[in-house]
Design a binder for this molecule. Structure first.
Ligand code: KIV
Length: 283
C-alpha cells in the first residue's frame, strides 16, 4: 500500500487536527478515478447504488453480490482514498456469524478496506465481532435508509428529546464497540454537533449540518446527474444531467445532418493509421 493512502488512522488524526473529511460515493472504475482526482478522503460504495445505479425506489433490494461487484471495480482505480463498502439490508442483521462471513466477502472478494453498517445499540455485538475479525467498521445513525419502512418514509430522525437521547447514547456505544467513524444522516444540525463533540472518532454528515467532522454526498447528487429527486441538503456542484443530454442531442444532430464522422474522425491510408486507446485499431 502506498504510504500516502488514507487509512482509518488518517481519519482519526484528521479529527484531532480539526481537518474536515470529504467522503463521496462511487460505484465503478471511472467514478472512483474522478473522486480520487478530486481529492476525496473516503470513497463509499454505498447501497444507494440500489437507487442511483439500479433504479429501485429504496436501498433494500441491494445484495452482497452487488456490493462485491461494485467494490471490486472501484478498487481497480487503485484510489488513494480509503475504500469503505456498505453492508446491504439483511447482510448483517440476522446473525453475527453471517455478518462476519458477508463482511469477509466484501473485504476478500471486493477488496474494500472497511465496511459500514446502519443502526445503533442493536448491533454492538456485530461491530465487536467484525473488529475482532480485523474488519474496520463505520457506523451510521439517524435517517438510516434501510429502516425506511419502519420510519414511514425517508424522514429526519432525532427531533424529540427521547430520540435525541437515543442517538447520542448510540453514538457513544458504537465508539466503545470499536467503530472508527460514524455517518450521521438526516438529523437536526445541533444534535449532530453535540454527537460530534461527544466523540473521539470522526463523524461524517449528510443532511446533518455543518458541525460534523466531515461531509458525504452521493456522486450523482454532487454532480447533478440525478435531477428528479434532489433533497434539501444536497448541493449540486455541476449540472451533468443537462450537459450529457446536450451532448447526446448534438451527436444525434450531427449524425442526422451527415456531418459526423468527417474525415478527421475517419481512417484513411495506411500511413494515416491512428491508435485507438491503449491498443491499436488493427483489424
Ligand atoms: O448508501 C449511501 O450512499 C450512504 C451514504 C449516503 C452515507 O449510506
Amino acid at each position: 500500500m502506498n504510504p500516502s493512502n488514507v487509512t482509518v488512522k488518517t481519519l482519526l488524526a484528521m479529527k484531532r487536527r480539526g481537518e474536515k473529511i470529504t467522503m463521496v460515493t462511487a460505484y465503478d472504475y471511472h467514478s472512483a478515478r474522478i473522486c480520487d482526482a478530486g481529492g476525496a478522503d473516503v470513497i463509499l460504495i454505498g447501497d444507494s447504488l440500489g437507487m442511483v445505479i439500479q433504479g429501485h425506489e429504496n436501498t433494500l433490494p441491494v445484495t452482497v453480490d452487488d456490493i462485491v461487484y461494485h467494490t471490486r471495480i472501484v478498487r481497480r482505480a487503485d484510489p488513494r482514498a480509503l475504500v469503505v463498502a456498505d453492508m446491504p439490508f439483511l447482510s448483517f442483521q440476522v446473525t453475527t456469524s453471517e455478518a462476519v462471513a458477508n463482511a469477509g466477502r466484501i473485504i476478500k472478494e471486493g477488496r474494500a478496506q472497511a465496511v459500514k453498517i446502519e443502526g445503533g445499540r442493536e448491533f454492538l455485538n456485530t461491530v465487536a465481532a467484525l473488529t475482532d475479525a480485523s474488519i474496520p467498521v463505520m457506523g451510521h445513525l439517524g435517517l438510516t435508509p434501510q429502516s425506511v419502512h419502519l420510519f414511514g418514509g425517508f424522514r429526519v430522525q432525532g427531533r424529540d428529546q427521547d430520540a435525541r437521547r437515543r442517538i447520542l447514547e448510540d453514538a457513544g456505544h458504537l465508539e466503545r464497540a470499536g467503530c472508527f467513524a460514524l455517518v450521521l444522516e438526516g438529523m437536526p444540525f445541533d444534535l449532530a454537533t453535540e454527537v460530534t463533540e461527544s466523540l473521539r472518532i470522526p463523524t461524517i454528515g449528510i443532511g446533518a449540518g455543518p458541525g460534523c467532522d466531515g461531509q458525504v454526498l452521493v456522486f450523482h447528487d454532487l454532480l447533478g446527474i440525478e435531477n428528479q429527486l434532489v433533497p434539501k441538503f444536497v448541493k449540486q456542484y455541476a449540472r451533468l444531467n443537462d450537459v450529457m443530454i446536450d451532448a447526446v442531442r448534438a451527436f444525434r444532430q450531427d449524425v442526422r445532418d451527415g456531418v459526423f464522422p468527417d474525415l478527421d474522425h475517419s481512417y484513411g491510408a495506411e500511413s494515416d493509421r491512428r491508435t485507438h486507446r491503449a491498443g491499436s485499431d488493427e483489424g
